[in-house]
Design a binder for this molecule. Structure first.
Ligand code: NAD
Length: 353
Protein backbone atom coordinates (compact mmCIF):
# COMPACT_ATOMS: atom_id res chain seq x y z
CA UNK A 1 0.00 0.00 0.00
CA UNK A 2 1.45 3.33 -1.12
CA UNK A 3 1.34 6.48 0.97
CA UNK A 4 -1.11 9.19 -0.01
CA UNK A 5 0.57 12.48 -0.84
CA UNK A 6 -0.72 14.82 -3.50
CA UNK A 7 -1.56 18.32 -4.67
CA UNK A 8 -4.97 18.94 -6.25
CA UNK A 9 -6.08 22.23 -7.82
CA UNK A 10 -9.76 22.48 -8.78
CA UNK A 11 -10.55 24.66 -11.79
CA UNK A 12 -13.61 26.90 -11.95
CA UNK A 13 -16.16 26.52 -14.70
CA UNK A 14 -19.85 25.83 -15.18
CA UNK A 15 -20.87 22.72 -17.12
CA UNK A 16 -24.31 21.84 -18.46
CA UNK A 17 -24.67 18.37 -19.96
CA UNK A 18 -27.93 17.23 -21.56
CA UNK A 19 -29.31 16.22 -24.93
CA UNK A 20 -30.97 19.35 -26.30
CA UNK A 21 -29.05 21.62 -23.89
CA UNK A 22 -28.18 24.00 -26.76
CA UNK A 23 -31.63 25.52 -26.11
CA UNK A 24 -30.08 27.04 -22.94
CA UNK A 25 -27.55 29.10 -24.83
CA UNK A 26 -29.45 32.42 -24.52
CA UNK A 27 -29.93 32.13 -20.78
CA UNK A 28 -26.31 31.13 -20.30
CA UNK A 29 -25.07 34.11 -22.35
CA UNK A 30 -27.29 36.33 -20.23
CA UNK A 31 -25.78 34.86 -17.07
CA UNK A 32 -22.36 35.82 -18.44
CA UNK A 33 -23.54 39.34 -19.23
CA UNK A 34 -23.06 38.91 -22.97
CA UNK A 35 -25.42 41.12 -24.96
CA UNK A 36 -23.68 40.68 -28.32
CA UNK A 37 -21.70 37.52 -29.11
CA UNK A 38 -19.20 36.69 -31.79
CA UNK A 39 -20.29 33.20 -32.89
CA UNK A 40 -17.25 31.16 -33.90
CA UNK A 41 -16.86 27.93 -35.83
CA UNK A 42 -15.02 26.23 -38.73
CA UNK A 43 -16.12 26.56 -42.38
CA UNK A 44 -17.55 23.00 -42.30
CA UNK A 45 -19.95 23.94 -39.48
CA UNK A 46 -21.16 27.30 -40.85
CA UNK A 47 -24.76 26.07 -40.98
CA UNK A 48 -24.72 25.18 -37.27
CA UNK A 49 -23.40 28.66 -36.45
CA UNK A 50 -26.27 30.17 -38.45
CA UNK A 51 -28.79 28.08 -36.49
CA UNK A 52 -27.33 29.41 -33.25
CA UNK A 53 -27.40 32.94 -34.65
CA UNK A 54 -31.12 32.72 -35.35
CA UNK A 55 -31.76 31.24 -31.90
CA UNK A 56 -29.81 34.12 -30.32
CA UNK A 57 -31.78 36.89 -32.01
CA UNK A 58 -30.44 40.28 -30.92
CA UNK A 59 -27.65 38.65 -28.92
CA UNK A 60 -26.06 37.41 -32.18
CA UNK A 61 -23.46 40.08 -32.87
CA UNK A 62 -21.61 38.49 -35.76
CA UNK A 63 -20.78 35.04 -37.15
CA UNK A 64 -17.15 34.10 -37.86
CA UNK A 65 -16.53 30.76 -39.60
CA UNK A 66 -12.77 30.90 -40.23
CA UNK A 67 -11.41 28.79 -37.32
CA UNK A 68 -8.57 26.47 -38.37
CA UNK A 69 -6.42 23.72 -36.82
CA UNK A 70 -3.57 24.82 -34.49
CA UNK A 71 -4.95 28.38 -34.06
CA UNK A 72 -2.93 30.36 -36.62
CA UNK A 73 -2.38 33.91 -35.32
CA UNK A 74 -3.41 35.48 -38.62
CA UNK A 75 -6.85 33.87 -38.24
CA UNK A 76 -7.06 35.20 -34.67
CA UNK A 77 -6.21 38.71 -35.85
CA UNK A 78 -8.81 38.49 -38.58
CA UNK A 79 -11.43 37.34 -36.05
CA UNK A 80 -10.42 40.19 -33.69
CA UNK A 81 -11.14 42.67 -36.49
CA UNK A 82 -14.59 41.15 -37.00
CA UNK A 83 -15.22 41.22 -33.26
CA UNK A 84 -14.21 44.88 -32.93
CA UNK A 85 -16.26 46.12 -35.84
CA UNK A 86 -19.33 44.27 -34.51
CA UNK A 87 -18.73 45.53 -30.96
CA UNK A 88 -19.19 42.02 -29.53
CA UNK A 89 -18.74 41.56 -25.77
CA UNK A 90 -18.46 37.77 -25.56
CA UNK A 91 -17.63 34.61 -27.53
CA UNK A 92 -19.91 31.74 -28.37
CA UNK A 93 -17.84 28.90 -29.82
CA UNK A 94 -19.51 25.86 -31.40
CA UNK A 95 -17.15 23.18 -32.66
CA UNK A 96 -14.11 21.05 -31.96
CA UNK A 97 -10.66 21.90 -30.66
CA UNK A 98 -9.90 24.21 -33.58
CA UNK A 99 -12.94 26.40 -32.94
CA UNK A 100 -12.37 26.41 -29.20
CA UNK A 101 -8.71 27.37 -29.77
CA UNK A 102 -9.80 30.50 -31.61
CA UNK A 103 -12.22 31.40 -28.84
CA UNK A 104 -9.45 30.99 -26.26
CA UNK A 105 -7.03 33.07 -28.35
CA UNK A 106 -9.62 35.88 -28.38
CA UNK A 107 -10.16 35.55 -24.62
CA UNK A 108 -6.41 35.76 -24.08
CA UNK A 109 -6.29 39.07 -25.93
CA UNK A 110 -9.55 40.58 -24.65
CA UNK A 111 -10.54 38.71 -21.46
CA UNK A 112 -14.09 38.46 -22.88
CA UNK A 113 -16.28 35.69 -21.40
CA UNK A 114 -16.66 32.45 -23.37
CA UNK A 115 -19.58 30.09 -23.75
CA UNK A 116 -18.37 26.92 -25.48
CA UNK A 117 -20.46 24.21 -27.10
CA UNK A 118 -18.08 21.34 -27.98
CA UNK A 119 -18.90 19.09 -30.94
CA UNK A 120 -15.93 16.68 -30.80
CA UNK A 121 -14.19 14.82 -27.98
CA UNK A 122 -11.00 16.93 -27.94
CA UNK A 123 -11.65 18.32 -24.44
CA UNK A 124 -10.00 21.72 -24.93
CA UNK A 125 -13.01 23.44 -23.32
CA UNK A 126 -11.97 22.15 -19.89
CA UNK A 127 -8.38 23.41 -19.97
CA UNK A 128 -6.44 26.66 -19.44
CA UNK A 129 -4.12 25.58 -22.30
CA UNK A 130 -3.80 27.30 -25.66
CA UNK A 131 -1.60 26.26 -28.58
CA UNK A 132 -1.04 28.91 -31.25
CA UNK A 133 0.83 28.86 -34.56
CA UNK A 134 2.79 31.77 -35.94
CA UNK A 135 4.77 31.42 -39.16
CA UNK A 136 4.48 27.64 -38.93
CA UNK A 137 5.78 27.47 -35.33
CA UNK A 138 3.44 26.21 -32.62
CA UNK A 139 3.81 27.44 -29.05
CA UNK A 140 1.69 26.49 -26.07
CA UNK A 141 0.76 28.59 -23.06
CA UNK A 142 -1.25 28.05 -19.89
CA UNK A 143 -3.33 30.94 -18.57
CA UNK A 144 -6.55 30.81 -16.51
CA UNK A 145 -7.88 33.62 -18.74
CA UNK A 146 -8.30 31.23 -21.66
CA UNK A 147 -10.40 28.66 -19.80
CA UNK A 148 -14.07 29.01 -20.84
CA UNK A 149 -16.47 30.24 -18.13
CA UNK A 150 -19.36 28.05 -19.29
CA UNK A 151 -19.57 24.83 -21.32
CA UNK A 152 -22.76 23.37 -22.75
CA UNK A 153 -22.47 19.72 -23.81
CA UNK A 154 -25.31 18.74 -26.10
CA UNK A 155 -24.72 15.19 -27.39
CA UNK A 156 -27.30 15.72 -30.17
CA UNK A 157 -24.85 18.09 -31.90
CA UNK A 158 -22.55 15.13 -32.51
CA UNK A 159 -25.07 13.42 -34.77
CA UNK A 160 -23.44 15.08 -37.79
CA UNK A 161 -19.88 14.15 -36.78
CA UNK A 162 -18.49 11.75 -39.41
CA UNK A 163 -17.37 8.46 -37.87
CA UNK A 164 -13.87 8.85 -39.29
CA UNK A 165 -13.51 12.05 -37.21
CA UNK A 166 -15.42 10.76 -34.17
CA UNK A 167 -13.31 7.60 -33.68
CA UNK A 168 -9.88 9.26 -33.60
CA UNK A 169 -11.27 12.16 -31.56
CA UNK A 170 -12.49 9.72 -28.90
CA UNK A 171 -9.03 8.17 -28.66
CA UNK A 172 -7.58 11.68 -28.36
CA UNK A 173 -9.79 11.99 -25.27
CA UNK A 174 -8.54 8.68 -23.88
CA UNK A 175 -4.99 9.96 -24.33
CA UNK A 176 -5.71 12.74 -21.82
CA UNK A 177 -7.03 10.27 -19.26
CA UNK A 178 -4.28 7.72 -19.84
CA UNK A 179 -1.46 10.22 -19.33
CA UNK A 180 -3.19 11.66 -16.26
CA UNK A 181 -3.00 8.22 -14.62
CA UNK A 182 0.82 8.25 -14.70
CA UNK A 183 1.38 12.03 -14.55
CA UNK A 184 3.90 13.45 -12.12
CA UNK A 185 1.00 15.44 -10.58
CA UNK A 186 -1.34 12.40 -10.47
CA UNK A 187 -3.81 12.48 -7.58
CA UNK A 188 -6.75 10.35 -6.40
CA UNK A 189 -9.44 12.72 -7.71
CA UNK A 190 -8.02 12.83 -11.22
CA UNK A 191 -7.40 9.05 -11.10
CA UNK A 192 -11.13 8.52 -10.63
CA UNK A 193 -12.00 10.88 -13.47
CA UNK A 194 -9.43 9.23 -15.72
CA UNK A 195 -10.51 5.65 -15.18
CA UNK A 196 -14.20 6.51 -15.54
CA UNK A 197 -13.41 8.47 -18.69
CA UNK A 198 -11.59 5.50 -20.28
CA UNK A 199 -14.45 3.20 -19.29
CA UNK A 200 -17.07 5.47 -20.89
CA UNK A 201 -15.06 6.01 -24.08
CA UNK A 202 -13.96 2.37 -24.33
CA UNK A 203 -17.56 1.22 -24.08
CA UNK A 204 -18.98 3.72 -26.58
CA UNK A 205 -16.38 3.79 -29.37
CA UNK A 206 -17.10 0.28 -30.71
CA UNK A 207 -20.83 1.11 -30.65
CA UNK A 208 -20.72 4.31 -32.69
CA UNK A 209 -18.04 2.91 -35.02
CA UNK A 210 -20.23 -0.17 -35.52
CA UNK A 211 -23.92 -0.79 -35.94
CA UNK A 212 -25.24 0.15 -32.49
CA UNK A 213 -27.35 3.18 -31.47
CA UNK A 214 -24.96 6.11 -32.13
CA UNK A 215 -27.01 8.68 -30.18
CA UNK A 216 -26.60 6.92 -26.85
CA UNK A 217 -22.97 6.07 -27.62
CA UNK A 218 -22.15 9.69 -28.48
CA UNK A 219 -23.68 10.79 -25.20
CA UNK A 220 -21.52 8.32 -23.22
CA UNK A 221 -18.42 9.24 -25.21
CA UNK A 222 -18.98 12.97 -24.70
CA UNK A 223 -19.26 12.37 -20.97
CA UNK A 224 -15.95 10.47 -21.11
CA UNK A 225 -14.38 13.26 -23.15
CA UNK A 226 -15.48 15.85 -20.59
CA UNK A 227 -13.74 13.88 -17.83
CA UNK A 228 -10.68 13.49 -20.07
CA UNK A 229 -10.64 17.25 -20.61
CA UNK A 230 -10.60 17.81 -16.85
CA UNK A 231 -7.62 15.43 -16.63
CA UNK A 232 -5.78 17.31 -19.37
CA UNK A 233 -6.45 20.64 -17.65
CA UNK A 234 -5.36 19.43 -14.23
CA UNK A 235 -2.10 17.48 -14.56
CA UNK A 236 0.90 17.40 -16.89
CA UNK A 237 1.03 15.23 -19.98
CA UNK A 238 3.94 12.90 -20.81
CA UNK A 239 5.58 10.96 -23.66
CA UNK A 240 2.42 10.44 -25.68
CA UNK A 241 1.74 14.16 -25.98
CA UNK A 242 5.38 14.89 -26.70
CA UNK A 243 5.54 12.35 -29.50
CA UNK A 244 2.20 13.45 -30.99
CA UNK A 245 3.23 17.12 -30.96
CA UNK A 246 6.54 16.19 -32.57
CA UNK A 247 4.99 14.03 -35.29
CA UNK A 248 2.05 16.38 -35.87
CA UNK A 249 4.22 19.48 -36.02
CA UNK A 250 7.08 18.05 -38.10
CA UNK A 251 5.01 16.18 -40.67
CA UNK A 252 1.78 18.23 -40.55
CA UNK A 253 -0.40 15.29 -39.47
CA UNK A 254 -3.98 15.61 -38.24
CA UNK A 255 -4.11 16.08 -34.45
CA UNK A 256 -6.71 13.42 -33.61
CA UNK A 257 -5.43 10.87 -36.15
CA UNK A 258 -1.89 10.92 -34.77
CA UNK A 259 -3.13 10.70 -31.16
CA UNK A 260 -5.33 7.76 -32.10
CA UNK A 261 -2.58 5.78 -33.80
CA UNK A 262 0.14 6.43 -31.21
CA UNK A 263 -1.98 5.76 -28.09
CA UNK A 264 -1.27 2.00 -27.72
CA UNK A 265 2.43 2.50 -28.46
CA UNK A 266 2.82 5.26 -25.86
CA UNK A 267 1.01 3.06 -23.35
CA UNK A 268 3.36 0.17 -24.12
CA UNK A 269 6.38 2.47 -23.68
CA UNK A 270 5.28 2.95 -20.06
CA UNK A 271 3.98 -0.59 -19.50
CA UNK A 272 6.62 -1.56 -16.92
CA UNK A 273 7.20 1.91 -15.47
CA UNK A 274 3.54 2.66 -14.64
CA UNK A 275 1.92 -0.59 -13.43
CA UNK A 276 -0.90 1.11 -11.48
CA UNK A 277 -1.94 3.16 -14.50
CA UNK A 278 -1.79 0.10 -16.75
CA UNK A 279 -3.99 -1.84 -14.33
CA UNK A 280 -6.53 1.01 -14.32
CA UNK A 281 -6.59 1.12 -18.14
CA UNK A 282 -7.02 -2.66 -18.37
CA UNK A 283 -9.85 -2.55 -15.79
CA UNK A 284 -11.57 0.32 -17.60
CA UNK A 285 -11.41 -1.51 -20.95
CA UNK A 286 -12.15 -4.97 -19.58
CA UNK A 287 -8.86 -6.14 -21.11
CA UNK A 288 -6.04 -8.35 -19.78
CA UNK A 289 -3.43 -5.75 -20.71
CA UNK A 290 -3.86 -1.97 -21.03
CA UNK A 291 -1.76 -1.36 -24.17
CA UNK A 292 -3.26 -4.37 -25.95
CA UNK A 293 -6.78 -3.20 -25.06
CA UNK A 294 -5.93 0.23 -26.48
CA UNK A 295 -4.49 -1.39 -29.63
CA UNK A 296 -7.79 -3.17 -30.28
CA UNK A 297 -9.71 0.07 -29.72
CA UNK A 298 -7.33 1.95 -32.03
CA UNK A 299 -7.96 -0.55 -34.80
CA UNK A 300 -11.69 -0.01 -34.47
CA UNK A 301 -11.45 3.80 -34.34
CA UNK A 302 -8.54 4.83 -36.57
CA UNK A 303 -8.61 5.89 -40.17
CA UNK A 304 -4.79 5.67 -40.33
CA UNK A 305 -3.43 2.52 -38.63
CA UNK A 306 0.35 2.90 -39.10
CA UNK A 307 2.94 5.65 -39.48
CA UNK A 308 3.75 4.15 -42.89
CA UNK A 309 0.14 4.83 -43.94
CA UNK A 310 0.65 8.47 -42.90
CA UNK A 311 3.31 8.52 -45.64
CA UNK A 312 6.32 8.62 -43.30
CA UNK A 313 9.63 6.98 -44.26
CA UNK A 314 12.05 5.25 -41.90
CA UNK A 315 14.35 8.28 -42.23
CA UNK A 316 11.44 10.37 -40.91
CA UNK A 317 11.35 8.10 -37.85
CA UNK A 318 15.03 8.88 -37.17
CA UNK A 319 14.28 12.60 -37.35
CA UNK A 320 11.23 12.31 -35.12
CA UNK A 321 13.20 10.28 -32.55
CA UNK A 322 15.92 12.97 -32.51
CA UNK A 323 13.37 15.74 -32.01
CA UNK A 324 11.35 14.01 -29.32
CA UNK A 325 14.29 13.76 -26.94
CA UNK A 326 14.88 17.53 -27.21
CA UNK A 327 13.12 19.23 -24.25
CA UNK A 328 11.38 16.00 -23.21
CA UNK A 329 8.25 16.14 -21.05
CA UNK A 330 8.41 14.36 -17.71
CA UNK A 331 7.58 10.65 -18.16
CA UNK A 332 7.55 7.70 -15.75
CA UNK A 333 10.08 5.87 -17.95
CA UNK A 334 13.05 7.96 -19.07
CA UNK A 335 12.63 9.13 -22.66
CA UNK A 336 15.60 7.83 -24.65
CA UNK A 337 16.29 8.11 -28.36
CA UNK A 338 16.58 4.33 -28.73
CA UNK A 339 13.37 3.71 -26.82
CA UNK A 340 11.44 6.25 -28.89
CA UNK A 341 12.93 5.01 -32.16
CA UNK A 342 11.86 1.46 -31.33
CA UNK A 343 8.35 2.60 -30.47
CA UNK A 344 8.12 4.56 -33.73
CA UNK A 345 9.25 1.50 -35.69
CA UNK A 346 6.43 -0.56 -34.20
CA UNK A 347 3.92 2.18 -34.98
CA UNK A 348 5.32 2.46 -38.52
CA UNK A 349 4.73 -1.24 -39.07
CA UNK A 350 1.36 -1.14 -37.31
CA UNK A 351 2.38 -4.05 -35.03
CA UNK A 352 0.56 -4.94 -31.84
CA UNK A 353 2.71 -3.43 -29.07
P1 NAD B 1 -11.29 20.11 -35.24
O1 NAD B 1 -11.84 21.08 -34.28
O2 NAD B 1 -10.33 20.61 -36.26
O3 NAD B 1 -12.52 19.38 -35.97
C1 NAD B 1 -12.27 18.43 -36.99
C2 NAD B 1 -13.25 18.61 -38.14
O4 NAD B 1 -14.53 18.15 -37.73
C3 NAD B 1 -13.44 20.05 -38.59
O5 NAD B 1 -13.48 20.08 -39.98
C4 NAD B 1 -14.79 20.43 -38.01
O6 NAD B 1 -15.43 21.39 -38.80
C5 NAD B 1 -15.51 19.12 -38.03
N1 NAD B 1 -16.54 18.96 -37.00
C6 NAD B 1 -16.39 19.16 -35.68
N2 NAD B 1 -17.52 18.83 -35.03
C7 NAD B 1 -18.40 18.43 -35.94
C8 NAD B 1 -19.74 17.94 -35.88
N3 NAD B 1 -20.37 17.76 -34.70
N4 NAD B 1 -20.36 17.62 -37.02
C9 NAD B 1 -19.71 17.73 -38.20
N5 NAD B 1 -18.44 18.15 -38.33
C10 NAD B 1 -17.79 18.50 -37.22
O7 NAD B 1 -10.58 18.87 -34.52
P2 NAD B 1 -10.39 18.48 -33.00
O8 NAD B 1 -9.68 17.19 -33.04
O9 NAD B 1 -11.64 18.61 -32.24
O10 NAD B 1 -9.40 19.61 -32.43
C11 NAD B 1 -8.04 19.63 -32.81
C12 NAD B 1 -7.40 20.94 -32.40
O11 NAD B 1 -7.66 21.21 -31.03
C13 NAD B 1 -5.89 20.92 -32.54
O12 NAD B 1 -5.46 22.17 -33.03
C14 NAD B 1 -5.41 20.68 -31.12
O13 NAD B 1 -4.11 21.17 -30.91
C15 NAD B 1 -6.45 21.42 -30.32
N6 NAD B 1 -6.62 20.90 -28.94
C16 NAD B 1 -6.32 21.74 -27.91
C17 NAD B 1 -6.50 21.34 -26.60
C18 NAD B 1 -6.19 22.28 -25.45
O14 NAD B 1 -6.44 21.96 -24.30
N7 NAD B 1 -5.66 23.44 -25.74
C19 NAD B 1 -7.00 20.06 -26.34
C20 NAD B 1 -7.29 19.22 -27.40
C21 NAD B 1 -7.11 19.66 -28.71
Amino acid sequence: SEELAFVYTGRPGRVIFERGARAKVVEELERLGVSSAIIITTPAQADVAEEFASALGKRAGVVYTGAAQHTPTEVTEDAMETLRSAGANGCLAIGGGSTIGLSKAIALRTDLPQLVVPTTFAGSEMTPILGQTQAGRKTTLTDPKVQPETVIYDPDLLATLPREIAGPSALNAIAHSMEALYAREANPVIDMFAEESIRALGESVPVFMGEGDPAHAYETALYGAWLGGICLGSVGMAIHHKICHTLGGTFDLNHADVHCLMLPYSAAYNREAAPRAMAAIARALGADDGPKGLFRLMQVAARVTSLRDFGLTEADLDRAADLSVENPYWNPRPVTREGVREMLQQAWQGQEP
